[in-house]
Design a protein around this ligand. Structure first.
Ligand SMILES: Nc1ncnc2c1ncn2[C@@H]1O[C@H](COP(=O)(O)OP(=O)(O)OP(=O)(O)O)[C@@H](O)[C@H]1O
Ligand SMILES: [Mg+2]
Length: 157
């Protein structure tokens, strides 16, 4: 019998643990996927994205895309687009900025604050949800597609 799961919960006691979880998760991500990062202000979404990007081979800085809305990274596995839609307010801007064109088979898209562009972002393969827990964080991972499910089931954190 094959055991498969659709969600997973991981305790992250400190920032290093968040970076390590991102690094591990990067191993099961692939081009064509969309990943939502959820959680309140300061929950650790950008830190997790930083770990993910480093796990995908990015060696430079990882800036929070708070003002630019999106930061691109051209990496071996995929064209990675890291969105932070906290300041996204005008739905027309989605198409004016060409954001719809960022989603294609060679791209891997990470989205902080996806709810700010509800109905515009494609549905996710994975949702990564962070919350404060004591002095650390707790990370819940949810898969929504076969690709996402395969990722969670091959993950070793
Ligand atoms: N597991 C953890 N335990 C304790 N602190 C953490 C943990 N992970 C990240 N942090 C810290 O939380 C703070 C906020 O992190 P981060 O900027 O990644 O949050 P965010 O969710 O992206 O916030 P925003 O919604 O403003 O973009 C940082 O100082 C970071 O070091
Ligand atoms: Mg952030």
């Amino acid at each position: 019998m094959t055991y498969s799961f659709d969600s997973l919960t991981i305790d992250l006691p400190d920032e290093e643990a968040t970076l390590a979880a991102g690094h591990a998760l990067a191993q099961c991500l692939q081009a064509g996927m969309t990943v939502y990062l959820q959680g309140d202000l300061g929950a650790g979404k950008t830190t997790l994205s930083r770990g993910l990007l480093r796990g995908l081979g990015h060696q430079g800085r990882v800036k929070s895309p708070t003002y630019t809305l999106v930061e691109p990274y051209s990496l071996a596995k995929a064209e990675v687009y890291h969105f932070d839609l906290y300041r996204f307010a005008d739905p027309d801007e989605w198409f004016e900025a060409g954001f719809d064109e960022y989603f294609h088979p060679q791209s891997l898209v990470l989205i902080e604050w996806p709810d700010k562009a509800a109905g515009l972002t494609p549905p996710p393969d994975l949702t990564l949800s962070l919350a404060v827990q004591n002095t650390g964080r707790v990370l819940q991972l949810f898969s929504h597609t076969d690709t996402g499910r395969t990722c969670l089931n091959t993950l070793s954190i």
